[in-house]
Design a protein around this ligand. Structure first.
Ligand SMILES: [Zn+2]
Length: 67
């Protein structure tokens, strides 16, 4: 898995499916999983402290720190 340097999204692809960036890094620490809410379109930042701190607006797997 590689982490997107722009949005921290974790992916096995060579392009970030979240923000379409190709600036990916294999050097990252910590993984955080943001689960979808009851309503999948709901902004996770409203119900998750971690999501609001990391400014994550879509559920998925993210790296905490990307180098
Ligand atoms: Zn991204």
């Amino acid at each position: 898995m590689k982490a997107c340097k722009a949005c921290h999204y974790l992916t096995a692809e060579s392009m970030c499916p979240n923000c379409k960036s190709t600036n990916l890094s294999t050097s990252y620490t910590g993984i955080v999983v943001i689960l979808p809410g009851r309503d999948k379109r709901e902004d996770p930042r409203l119900s998750s402290y971690v999501a609001s701190r990391l400014n994550i607006d879509k559920p998925g797997k993210y790296a905490l720190k990307v180098r």
